[in-house]
Design a protein around this ligand. Structure first.
Ligand code: NAI
Length: 325
């Protein structure tokens, strides 16, 4: 039998955790027939709730689930892990300034970055907990794990864009390709359809500009708020689905003639300062993400990419001041 892959999920007792763990246990994260061993990390107060979820996972009789351990210690939870999904984070509460939020999350992602030194050599890290890009920057800066193993999630934004386009053009999402999310996983992000194709045909020149600027871009960028407004709670199952997609793509590759979006450590491509964890158009093969190169960037796109990247640079400056990176 194949050796099980160790998967660590932090924030395991949270609402994304509840949706995510059952998908992982069902074998959706890595691909057909790969057994998984789950390592759940929670804060001490929530360990019991995570243990409750572990009971339910056992009751689901997932054939690929090799076992579950629950921890309140990051060193133990990341020890020997192959895939680390960093979902647990400190949410913004009333009256909290951005600097307070960054500092509180630094208190989580700095020690977790250090604890990741005990992970397996091939570890892949996905940060979901917000502010995801900057939390990933903090973890990376405090870890000996190579920079290219740290990623943050903009796949939910990417999937939201696919959903909006499929509806607009009356096609299945599978017919839509080459959508890009640039920048930060925040309202400043830029969902870019310049190179988007429907059934392999570019839509670029025929896109209705007012639909693009007044509806599509703001709707994708502010979809999180829309979900809270309508559902009465923040995105959970869709966030879990996006985390599954992100890792599945990273491990198994992107399809021919397409790309996806992921926030990865910038190498300076497209004028994004080196070291920032920014979303790019990426392909994946052999377990590695690669930025799609050579795309011409219009003035319209440039302005929007720069605005989001500037926000990332401000967040980096703020955590630098706090001594977190
Ligand atoms: P939640 O509040 O339901 O769950 C978070 C869990 O994390 C809680 O159980 C909490 O005890 C745990 N936690 C807190 N600190 C921890 C630590 N140091 N170690 C381990 N666990 C810890 O939140 P939910 O809805 O599950 O969301 C989780 C995060 O994901 C939030 O930061 C949210 O903003 C973010 N998010 C990101 C998205 C993205 O697209 N990147 C989309 C949706 C949510």
């Amino acid at each position: 039998a194949p050796t099980p892959v160790n998967v660590t999920v932090t924030g395991a007792a949270g609402q994304i955790g509840y949706a995510l763990l059952f998908r992982i246990a069902a074998g959706d994260l890595l691909g057909e027939g790969v057994p998984v061993r789950l390592k759940l990390l929670e804060i001490p107060d929530a360990v019991k709730a995570a243990e409750g979820t572990a009971l339910e996972l056992n009751d689901s009789a997932f054939e690929l689930l090799d076992g579950i351990d629950v921890y309140d210690d990051a060193n133990q939870a990341f020890d020997g892990t192959n895939v680390a999904l960093l979902v647990g984070a400190r949410p913004r509460t009333k009256g909290m300034e951005r600097a307070d939020l960054l500092e509180a999350n630094g208190g989580i992602f700095k020690p977790q970055g250090q604890a990741l030194n005990g992970a397996a050599d091939d570890v892949k890290v996905l940060v979901v907990g917000n502010p995801a890009n900057t939390n990933a920057l903090i973890a990376r800066s405090n870890s000996d794990v190579p920079a290219d193993r740290f990623t943050a999630m903009t796949r939910l934004d990417h999937n939201r864009a696919l959903g909006q386009l499929a509806t607009r053009y009356g096609v299945r999402v599978g017919a839509v390709s080459k959508v890009t999310i640039w920048g930060n996983h925040s309202a400043s992000q830029y969902p870019d359809v310049t190179y988007t194709e429907i059934d392999g045909k570019p839509i670029g020149d025929e896109v209705d500009r007012s639909w693009l600027t007044d509806e599509f871009i703001p709707r994708v960028a502010k979809r999180g708020a829309e979900i809270i407004e309508v559902r009465g709670a923040s995105s959970a199952a869709s966030a879990a689905a996006a985390a599954i997609d992100h890792v599945h793509t990273w491990v198994n590759g992107t399809r021919e003639n397409d790309w996806t979006s992921a926030a990865i450590v910038s190498d300076g491509s497209y004028g994004v300062p080196e070291g920032l964890v920014s979303s790019f158009p990426v392909t994946a093969s052999n377990g590695e993400f690669e930025i799609v190169q050579g795309l011409e960037i219009s003035d319209f796109s440039r302005e929007r990419i720069d605005a989001s990247v500037n926000e990332l640079a401000e967040e980096r400056d703020a955590v630098q001041k706090l001594g977190l990176v």
